[in-house]
Design a protein around this ligand. Structure first.
Ligand code: ZN
Length: 417
């Protein structure tokens, strides 16, 4: 399953907000419901917990836990069964300004990947580990550390390293055993090296070629063997094309693998950067070739999104623009506007003193406030477009931010017709 960078971004932001919330006592409830779990099982369990909670000594903790459980039960009444990836629920009394100011808050998350555990957890903070794990990159990298005497094969999937295989060359030592001529000895070494690399190439093919969405191959080792192995024809051409870097190391074996990962951080980071670069380049190329197939700037892109014309939406990670709805409760007058984050205090003040343009009441107020990344990203999801969050770490990312207001789109069809 391909996950867009926007989904990851959204989950990351939500988790950051939840992580900051702290209760006074063990009164914040986290609930993980895997997809196959019956909702009736969950509600029965919660009713039991509700009974147990009535024995909590502290009056305020007791009330808060019971209120939280009740709130979750009320929510589950409207959930006939868990979504395909399950459901995570976080509920508890969060202090807004010191003790006694707690407000009951409830957040639900339908995760990117199926929830594997069923868990009810009560603590002074929310339990977020299973969702945090989903943020870890899942792409797989193949690793080979090789020198003239041994080769180690491993994969790195997210933060999970797996050593798959170690082979040794059995090559004779550096110094010739007595009796053999130097030339004959060198020829033997060369022959053994060739056989060893050939075996290495076969193992690489067997271990790595079948890996779905393999992102690339990293090769390292002390000395020149790694280059010879990588650049000659020992590797299957598909693996050879997947080489992301050849790295000079001090160690072989599993310390060498660790060193290879360490020294390849930049290369791995660059893989995402190059994806971002090519996304923006695609937009720029199309802009020159046929600008009716692209849109940029908030107004134009929003329009294209509303028409369902966007194929890929590009959003700068640093966009600090808020989408604001101002409304009048007296006559249902509504207006939408976008502002920079730092303009919010002055907009709040201004709204307070403004009168409703329709009925002249002084009740005009800010109804909703949403970062534009979230707002447009969700609009993209609803219309089946891919939303991609582009960092400002690359030249292209900077260009998107500065020349196009950080908002651009590749369209499915021309809007001119
Ligand atoms: Zn009004």
């Amino acid at each position: 399953m391909k996950r867009s960078s926007f989904e990851r971004y959204k989950l990351k932001k939500t988790l950051e907000v939840l992580e900051k919330k702290k209760g006074y006592h063990t009164e914040l409830v986290s609930l993980y419901i895997p997809p196959e779990r019956q909702i009736s099982d969950v509600t029965n369990y919660l009713k039991q917990e509700y009974g147990t909670a009535s024995n909590i000594k502290s009056k305020s903790t007791r009330k808060n836990v019971m209120d939280a459980i009740q709130k979750i039960l009320a929510l589950l009444k409207n959930v006939p069964k868990p979504p395909p990836t399950g459901l995570a629920i976080f509920c508890g009394a969060i202090p807004t300004n010191g003790q006694g100011t707690e407000r009951m808050e409830l957040t639900t998350i339908v995760p990117l990947e199926p929830i594997k555990i069923y868990k009810y957890h009560c603590d002074n903070k929310f339990f977020l580990d299973p969702l945090k794990e989903m943020l870890v990159e899942k792409e797989t990298y193949a690793l080979i550390v090789i020198d003239r005497s041994e080769a180690d094969f491993a994969t790195l999937k997210g933060n999970h390293l797996e050593i798959l295989k170690k082979i040794t060359s059995g090559a004779p030592g550096k110094h010739s055993a007595g009796g053999q001529s130097q030339r004959r000895f060198e020829r033997l070494i060369e022959q053994a090296g060739h056989e060893f690399f050939k075996r290495g190439g076969e193992y690489a093919k067997e271990l790595f070629l079948e890996i779905p969405d393999l992102k690339g191959l990293l090769i390292g080792g002390p000395g020149p063997s790694k280059n010879k192995f990588a650049e000659s024809n020992y590797l299957d051409y598909r693996l050879k094309n997947a080489i992301l870097g050849i790295v000079d190391l001090s160690y072989t074996g599993s310390p060498g693998i660790d060193e290879l990962i360490d020294k390849s951080r930049d290369i791995l980071q660059n893989v995402r950067y190059s994806e971002e670069k090519s996304l923006v380049q695609k937009f720029l190329t199309m802009l020159v070739k046929d600008d009716s197939l692209v849109a940029y700037g908030e107004k134009e892109v929003r329009q294209a999104l509303n028409q369902g014309a966007v194929g890929t939406l590009l959003l700068s990670e640093d966009l600090d623009i808020l989408h604001v709805t101002i409304s009048c409760p007296n006559c249902n007058y509504r207006e939408e506007t976008t502002i920079k984050k730092e303009q919010l205090p002055s907009l709040e003040q201004e709204t307070q003193y403004r009168h409703c343009p329709k009925c002249d009441s002084s009740l005009l107020s800010i109804e909703t406030l949403k970062p534009i990344i979230d707002e447009l990203g969700e609009l993209a999801e609803q219309t089946g477009a891919d939303a991609e969050i582009i960092s400002s770490e690359t030249e292209e990312g900077q260009q998107l931010k500065q020349a196009f207001g950080g908002i651009a789109a590749l369209l499915r069809y021309s809007l001119d017709h």
